[in-house]
Design a protein around this ligand. Structure first.
Ligand code: NDP
Ligand code: N5H
Length: 257
């Protein structure tokens, strides 16, 4: 146990199961003494999350439902957080969604509907959530989202999600400027590939893991605990001079030509 986050209230969005990046982040935050608030969308995620929390002996301050593609749902969730918890110091956005059909074949075939859906759930959602979080981050705070290398480079099959992550990373910079005057920092972690529910059924995922194990400077892949600790760093005062940044947690893979 370290005390990096003791007395801090942190909202974690995006635990679907024990493989979720958000669950790795939860474990790091709990170790650091944070008080945790969770949001979920599907009932199945709520059931999983409740079981995981009791297994890990973590008692959350609150668990609320929140569909980030729906403004009313976001407003209601943050209203409930305000009423039951009051002020928050941190927020973890670990959410993305695109239709499976858009995550294979050629990007040029992306439908308008598929494009808008991916942007809505994966990029605009950070803006909408930051606006609500700002209202209850009255003592300053830190917001951290999760991105991927496909935002910067063309990665086979990532397609519409790469463009959504590019918008997400640009939003991190614009939000950092807007919220900096309230002492709220906004950053992203760009994680290497990790087998999660979202990655399930994705064609070529094993090949990507193999390439990284071979080519990354550390000659291995990363795991949820490494994303968890880097996210903890960005949420804690250790990173107090850092905002608008995209921190790669990818065994160094992104530096390779
Ligand atoms: P998970 O499948 O574990 O998590 C995805 C989460 O997104 C789920 O909890 C899901 O909740 C939530 N979600 C999707 N749509 C909505 C919505 N409209 N409203 C609220 N919640 C929603 O996968 P990961 O942990 O892998 O993904 C977390 C983040 O990490 C994503 O942004 C992803 O792009 C990013 N990332 C993942 C990498 C990887 O290799 N796994 C690499 C780099 C980045 P529910 O099921 O309840 O709808
Ligand atoms: C280059 C790759 C592999 C190809 C692309 C994968 C993209 C994944 C991201 C999105 C978020 C996956 C997604 O939306 C899946 C859904 O269509 C279906 N799944 C679900 O509905 C499950 C049940 C729920 C829990 O999932 C969500 N998202 O709600 C990228 C990989 C090497 C790295 C990677 C996997 C990146 C990433 O962003 O996740």
């Amino acid at each position: 146990m370290n005390n990096l986050m003791s007395g801090k209230n942190v909202v974690v969005m995006g635990v679907a199961n024990e493989r979720s990046l958000a669950w790795g982040i939860t474990k790091s935050l709990h170790e650091a003494g944070a008080n945790l608030i969770f949001t979920y969308r599907k009932e199945r995620s709520f059931q999983k999350l409740s079981a995981l929390l009791s297994e890990a002996e973590i008692t959350p301050l609150l668990t609320v439902s929140c569909d980030v593609s729906d403004d009313a749902s976001i407003e209601n969730a943050f209203l409930e957080i305000k009423q039951k918890v009051g002020i928050i110091h941190g927020l973890v956005h670990s959410i993305a969604f695109a239709e499976k059909d858009e995550l294979r074949g050629e990007y040029v075939d992306t439908s308008r509907e598929g494009y808008l859906l991916a942007q809505n759930a994966s990029a605009y959602s950070l803006v909408a959530v930051a606006r609500e979080a700002k209202k209850i981050m009255t003592d300053g705070g830190s917001i951290v989202t999760q991105s991927y290398l496909g935002a910067e480079r063309v990665v086979k099959n990532y397609n519409v999600m790469g463009v959504a992550k590019a918008a997400l990373e640009a939003s991190v910079r614009y939000l950092a400027e807007d919220l900096g005057k309230y002492n709220i920092r906004v950053n992203a972690v760009s994680s290497g590939p990790i087998r999660t529910l979202s990655a399930k059924g994705v064609s070529g995922f094993n090949d990507i893991l193999g390439t990284i194990a071979e080519k990354a400077p550390l000659r291995r892949n990363v795991d949820q605990s490494e994303v968890g600790d880097a996210t903890l760093f960005l949420l804690s005062s250790l990173s107090r001079g850092i905002t608008g940044e995209v921190l790669h947690v990818d065994a160094g893979y992104h530096i390779m030509g």
